[in-house]
Ligand binder design. Structure first.
Ligand SMILES: Cc1cc2nc3c(=O)[nH]c(=O)nc-3n(C[C@H](O)[C@H](O)[C@H](O)COP(=O)(O)O)c2cc1C
Length: 417
């Protein structure tokens, strides 16, 4: 209630919230602030974007049935996860290329998350190296999200860096071994990585930078590259995005362009199999959490393979058009995991009532995604903090109004179906 009261009291002196509280207005305001390419990259999904619609429809279809006269005067939104007590069952999802939203990118999100003690999951495609973010977070929890590169040495290096900078877990994302068919980005012919954006974990990595001295792989012969003003502008962007000072020296070194070429050729393995998880298990003591699980059989397999947790996710509808909504997949995954490891969920979480619904269907916690990117675009670190506080505040109020005092009390019977 504190957050709500704060907003209304400030309103008496004429102040309005810095970022819109209404999630639709938040997205709309961010669209106006961001470049068309940046907004398309963040908001877009695969094909006709029916998976994005399904994710929201799944939340809409579940209705909360409140219970009354239960004394909800004292409540707690806290939850236990992997030996830590979190302030709320909410983590900050791994989202790549945050520099598209704000110059401070991941660092702003790290500071905002840490100020609230909420875990941030560093993206493999971050705009700021994990060490820089971790250094700004004190003892606040962080995890590292991994895309399994074609280079095992690079995978090992990322994992070791995550250990060294205090991450509690490795989140292995399984649904993006290839980029989905993203209509908005294709229409704009825009992929940020080709402009050197979102590859900071690579350009700060000793194994990756050692590769830059080797000849870059040649582009496919049928792709003709012409020197156009746009190509030169892209080269400037690439060079600016590359770490270090001295634009001309960086340009002359050819490292910025080599980094993009090597990134493209090593990004991800499409031949990954269950057996490969052993490689990761043998190399780290950190918890391993599998992201992108939707089938109950895969969830069972994850438990058998020694995963410490799963995240039910369709990658924000960015990978397959017509994919099942994570919320619709959740109950069967929860049933097949049968309490052996925590089940998390993301996709379409836009407010505190959505968090409540996901928990009622058996999720231990949820990840918040796009809304914090929009808040970042509008208000940097303060904007992200405001957004996160709003979601927690709405979750707390929803709990109280539904007649529950703790996350453990949120049961399936709290929903009408
Ligand atoms: C712009 C953008 C970039 C993303 N980058 C990553 C990433 O680098 N790694 C990852 O595991 N998931 C990534 N995701 C997926 C999110 O972690 C999360 O699954 C998704 O945003 C949930 O959907 P929602 O934001 O609509 O709620 C990205 C999502 C968006 C929108």
């Amino acid at each position: 209630m504190q957050r709500q009261t704060e907003i209304y009291i400030r309103g008496v002196s004429g102040a309005r919230p810095r970022i819109p509280v209404d999630p639709r207005r938040l997205e709309e305001a961010a669209r106006e602030r961001m470049t068309p390419e940046a907004f398309a990259y963040v908001a877009g999904g695969a094909g006709s974007e029916s998976t994005i619609d399904a994710s929201r429809a799944a939340f809409y279809a579940r209705r909360i049935v409140p219970r009354v006269l239960r004394d909800v005067s004292s409540r707690s939104t806290q939850v236990e996860l992997f030996g830590r007590t979190l302030p709320a069952p909410i983590l900050v999802a791994p989202i790549g290329v945050l520099e598209l939203a704000h110059r401070d990118a991941d660092l702003a999100v790290a500071r905002a998350s840490a100020s609230l003690g909420m875990p941030m999951i560093f993206s493999n495609q971050a705009s700021v190296p994990m060490e820089t973010c971790a250094a700004a977070m004190g003892a606040s929890p962080r995890w590292f999200q991994l895309y399994w590169s074609k280079s095992d040495a690079l995978v090992e290096s990322f994992v070791h860096r995550a250990e060294a900078c205090g991450c509690d877990a490795i989140v292995l994302t399984l649904d993006t071994t290839m980029l989905g068919w993203r209509a908005r980005d294709l229409d704009l012919a825009y992929l940020p990585f080709l402009r050197g954006k979102g590859i900071a974990q690579y350009t700060s990595d000793p194994v990756f930078t050692a590769l830059l001295a080797t000849p870059p792989p040649q582009p496919a012969a049928d792709v003709k590259r012409r020197v156009t003003p746009a190509a030169l502008a892209a080269l400037v962007e690439m060079t600016r995005a590359y770490p270090g000072r001295g634009f001309v020296a960086k340009l002359r070194s050819r490292r910025p362009i080599a980094a993009v070429q090597h990134f493209v050729s090593t990004y991800s393995r499409t031949n990954l199999r269950w057996e490969d998880l052993r490689f990761l298990r043998e190399r780290t003591k950190l918890r391993i959490i599998l992201k992108g699980i939707l089938h109950p059989d895969d969830a069972r397999r994850a438990v058998a393979a020694g995963a410490d947790g799963v995240i039910v996710s369709n990658h924000g509808g960015r990978q397959i058009d017509g994919e099942i909504a994570a919320l619709d997949a959740l109950p069967a995954v929860v049933a097949s995991v049968d309490g052996r490891i925590p089940v998390l969920l993301d996709g379409g979480v836009r407010g505190g009532a959505d968090v409540f619904k996901a928990l009622a269907l058996g999720a231990r916690a949820v990840l918040i995604g796009r809304p914090y990117v929009y808040a970042l675009a509008l208000g940097g670190e303060d904007g992200v903090r405001e957004l996160l506080r709003n979601v927690i505040a709405e979750f707390d109020l929803t709990m109280g109004l539904a007649g529950v005092r703790s996350c453990a009390e949120i049961e399936a019977s709290a929903l009408s179906q």
